[in-house]
Design a protein. Structure first.
Length: 336
């Protein structure tokens, strides 16, 4: 039997066997039949796209100055210009590149497509500490950056916090036994963490008490002002500065003794970089001048201040990135 006749017979048999089914059948053009179905990209799929710790932390730092040189303000209902919600979970969602405006804190902690629980001792740059219990007024999430020292008693972190906005400061959330903060690792986090460069071993936070004077006092006064506690930045640690220091300590959960020492400095400092402005920049400029950089203390972190910061960091064997964060502050204030 020829090939042609075999094909004809097969076609005829198929038509007879499936004749009813063929009635009313709709022919689908091959261009449609072969086209892949369009699927919506899920939060889990986004979470699995790889992201290095450095990329995540760099994204976190952008909100420190995104508001015309200032931090992005906090809001549980508003979204920033990049489409992410301006609360803590929206901020973290931005750093991870999740769906906009971002899942809430409970979602970040419970969705195994986004995070996975880890041990406290396993924390590395880009990991999260999440308190997912309670209500939207008590839940919180912060981004772990690095331990401040070998004792692991505190760490530097990025967070979006109420009544302030984006912040980069030293924290101890989750380090106490029974804490509601639990450590998690983003699923998409990959690669090596940035080098953990500690402050020089000679760095030691100074103790400022009533009657003290000098550049460290002026720096502390500018930092108090940066937190909304107004006092003259005159370098004299008088009664007004003591009162403002006590007010700051009370609000920060510290012993309210009016003395600025090793426990108060890490909470008082504020991270600044090129583009920042205000009293925290004046504080950094004041300290840089102690090392002979001759800056105008104008509160504007421009190219000249950036150059001075990088020179200081290089001289003190710090990461040369121009960011005056916890390690650079410790060296600026504590290295004498």
């Amino acid at each position: 039997m020829s090939t042609l006749s075999r094909r004809a017979r097969l076609f005829a048999a198929t038509a007879v066997a499936g004749g009813v089914a063929l009635v009313g059948a709709i022919a689908v053009p091959s261009s449609f039949a072969d086209a892949p179905a369009k699927t919506k990209v899920t939060a889990e799929q986004q979470a699995k796209a790889e992201l290095s710790p450095k990329e995540m932390l760099d994204r976190a730092a952008t909100w420190l100055t995104a508001n015309n040189g200032s931090q992005v303000p906090y809001s549980q209902t508003k979204t920033w210009t990049d489409g992410y919600r301006q609360d803590c979970s929206g901020y973290v969602s931005m750093t991870l590149g999740l769906s906009k405006p971002g899942p809430n804190t409970v979602g970040l902690a419970s969705d195994r497509g986004i995070t996975t629980p880890i041990g406290l001792g396993d924390l590395k740059a880009g990991d999260l500490l999440i308190d997912a219990d309670g209500s939207n007024t008590t839940r919180h999430v912060v981004i772990f950056e690095k331990w401040t020292d070998s004792s692991h008693s505190a760490y530097s972190a990025f967070e979006q916090r109420g009544s302030h906005g984006t912040d980069h400061r030293v924290l101890d959330y989750g380090l106490d036994s029974g804490s509601e903060y639990k450590p998690y690792r983003p699923v998409k986090l990959s690669g090596d963490a940035p080098p953990d460069t500690p402050a020089p071993p000679t760095a030691k936070w100074p103790m400022l008490t009533k009657g003290a004077n000098g550049a460290d006092v002026t720096t502390a006064q500018y930092l108090l002002r940066a937190h909304g506690h107004m006092t003259a930045a005159d370098g004299d640690y008088g009664a007004k500065t003591v009162a403002q220091a006590k007010a700051f300590q009370s609000g920060a959960g510290l012993v309210s003794d009016g003395e600025i020492g090793p426990k108060t400095w890490p909470k008082l400092i504020k991270s600044v970089k090129q583009g920042s402005s205000g009293d925290a920049v004046r504080a950094a400029q004041t300290q840089l001048n102690v090392y002979g950089h001759g800056l105008t203390v104008d509160g504007n972190f421009g190219a000249v201040t950036d150059k001075a910061v990088k020179a200081f960091q290089k001289e003190h064997k710090l990461t040369v990135d121009g960011l005056v964060g916890p390690q650079t502050w410790a060296a600026l204030v504590g290295t004498r």
